[in-house]
Design a protein around this ligand. Structure first.
Ligand SMILES: Cc1cc2nc3c(=O)[nH]c(=O)nc-3n(C[C@H](O)[C@H](O)[C@H](O)COP(=O)(O)OP(=O)(O)OC[C@H]3O[C@@H](n4cnc5c(N)ncnc54)[C@H](O)[C@@H]3O)c2cc1C
Ligand code: HEM
Length: 450
């Protein structure tokens, strides 16, 4: 095939119109399944890579429409995978956006995937936390090719284009499957580790605030528990109102031999969090997938200042990070937390106590969004650049971890960069599919909104 063909195809196909217009066809899916299932053995060729790269302009303008249609096909044709996905992330478009971004990045970097290694780590950890298995990949592959064909139309999505994408998907799937198997293997072989679901009993249920409750989970089998890294999260599986659901929760206490602790904010209208708050009682059993995650303290920098910044429920992984950094015992730690008000400020007794016990190393600052009648907070309103500058004179030498709602994270990211916070030392995580923090929209001016 001539290398110029895909470029001509792209030029002939004004992306948004052909992606979203009337040419969208619902076609039989068997040919796509056949194309996909014929590819794993075949290696991706250079001409196929060129075809994939030539689709980047289409994906850039219409990638999200493609993945939205892809999810529609996947969930309709394979309802058995529906419980793996959080339906709220589909409804809000976050998951289709995250998948679109990853496919685009893959197509752009298909000659050398090195720039994608961090994203691959994030995706494989998230997949492992939800128990994505090799047998799920062909279902996704067939739906992806079906969506490419439906959305682009047969004239653009020729057999060659579909073959190229089938081969490319096969390579990426192989890579993810191998990495995920490594994660499952390591989790299973570690002391106290396991593979798949393990039953834990709810040993304690402790309200942290009016909207956040901690659950202490002890293994039913009484065997040891894998020692997680501070910042990692687990997967939970449960039948909620007759429907299977899976969710991730950060571990909010440091590793110990007895229990795992999660701290769950009640989400208005949320399926799993309300189930945990209202229905799950002490003595009930929950199915737990082992701890994973790459939002963890970088142990190689244990002497450098550490900055932990959170808002709302984002405080959960920063508590074990604070505890674990203190155990290592050498670094200056600044802990900043933003809450709507004092009555929804979780873990205040713990952070206040740790600051009191370690006056030379730990500084804790609090920002409340609304009026602070008891004068507990160090600032009221939003976290501002001025406050960050005065609290973090050492930002350019520190390791920084932050987490909270997206507007807050955008603001914090923007300020930290403007204060000289080094790119490779600024770490963050989302309580959902990863999103873009630097898309030039809604650039914060003076404050980070929680
Ligand atoms: C790595 C990670 C760590 C996490 N750690 C924590 C933690 O420590 N503590 C914590 O509290 N949470 C944490 N979360 C978030 C947690 O996984 C859940 O997302 C959260 O508890 C809400 O789940 P839910 O089932 O209650 O709400 P969902 O049912 O998922 O609903 C969420 C919101 O979306 C709305 N919604 C539901 N369905 C739709 C739809 N179809 N379309 C549009 N909107 C819809 C709901 O009304 C609700 O407002 C973490 C998430 C991740 C990924
Ligand atoms: C090459 C194939 C795949 C790619 C590129 C891919 C990519 C992604 C990305 C980018 C995310 C978001 C990660 C984040 O949180 O930041 C994600 C999450 C997820 N993926 Fe995949 N994925 C692939 C295959 C699969 C398969 C085979 C399944 C199972 C059917 C699957 C199920 C999920 C689920 C359930 C989530 C979490 C969704 C949520 O939070 O609602 N993925 N994937």
């Amino acid at each position: 095939m001539s290398l110029s063909l895909p470029v001509r195809l792209v030029a002939r196909a004004p992306a948004p119109r052909s992606l979203l217009g009337a040419r969208i066809l619902v076609v039989g899916r068997e040919p796509c399944r056949r194309l996909f299932s014929s590819t794993p053995a075949a290696r991706l060729t250079q001409p196929q890579k060129d075809i994939v790269k030539a689709t980047v302009p289409i994906l850039e303008t219409g990638g999200e429409a493609l993945t939205t249609h892809f999810y529609h096909l996947l969930l309709n044709n394979h309802p058995e995978v529906k419980p793996l996905f959080n339906q709220a992330h589909q409804g809000s478009g976050r998951q289709p956006r995250a998948l679109a971004a990853s496919i685009l990045a893959y197509a752009k970097n298909i000659d050398d995937l090195t720039p994608l290694l961090d994203a691959v780590r994030r995706i494989t950890n998230k997949h492992a936390a939800l128990q994505i298995l090799p047998e799920h990949y062909p279902l996704v592959g067939a739906s992806l090719l079906g969506a490419i064909r439906d959305v682009l139309g047969e004239e653009v999505a020729t057999e060659e284009v579909l073959e190229a994408w089938g081969a490319a998907y096969g390579e990426l799937a192989d890579l993810l499957i191998k990495k995920e198997e490594n994660i499952y293997h390591d989790l299973e072989s570690a002391r106290g580790g396991w593979r798949g679901g393990r039953k834990f009993t709810v040993a304690q249920k402790v309200p942290e605030t009016g909207i956040m409750t901690s659950f202490y989970l002890e293994p039913v089998d009484g065997r040891p528990i894998l020692r997680h890294d501070a910042g990692q999260y687990i997967g939970l599986r449960a039948i909620v109102n007759g429907v299977e659901q899976r969710r991730n929760y950060s571990l909010s206490d440091s590793a110990n031999d007895k229990y795992l602790r999660i701290s769950v904010k009640r989400e208005p209208g949320g399926a799993f969090s309300n189930y945990l708050h209202d229905r799950v009682k002490i003595g009930d059993e929950l199915e737990v997938y082992p701890p994973v995650g790459e939002f963890v303290l970088d142990k190689s920098r244990a002497d450098d200042p550490l900055i932990l910044i959170s808002a709302g429920a984002g405080i959960t992984p920063t508590i074990p990070m604070l505890q674990s950094a203190l155990e290592a015992g050498r670094r200056q730690i600044t802990f900043i937390h933003c809450a709507r008000a004092e009555d929804v400020h979780a873990f205040r007794p713990i952070t206040t106590e740790l600051a009191k016990q370690n006056p030379d190393t730990v500084k804790v600052y609090t920002v409340y969004e609304t009026k602070d009648p008891h004068h507990v907070a160090d600032a009221t309103g939003m976290l501002s650049l001025d406050k960050l500058k005065s609290w973090l004179p050492h930002a350019s030498q520190a390791d920084i971890y932050f987490l909270g709602p997206k507007p807050f994270m955008k603001g914090v990211n923007f300020y930290l960069k403007s204060m000289g916070g080094p790119e490779d030392r600024i770490h963050y995580e989302f309580f959902g599919p990863a999103e873009e923090l630097e898309d030039n929209k809604e650039v914060p001016e003076k404050s980070a909104k929680a």
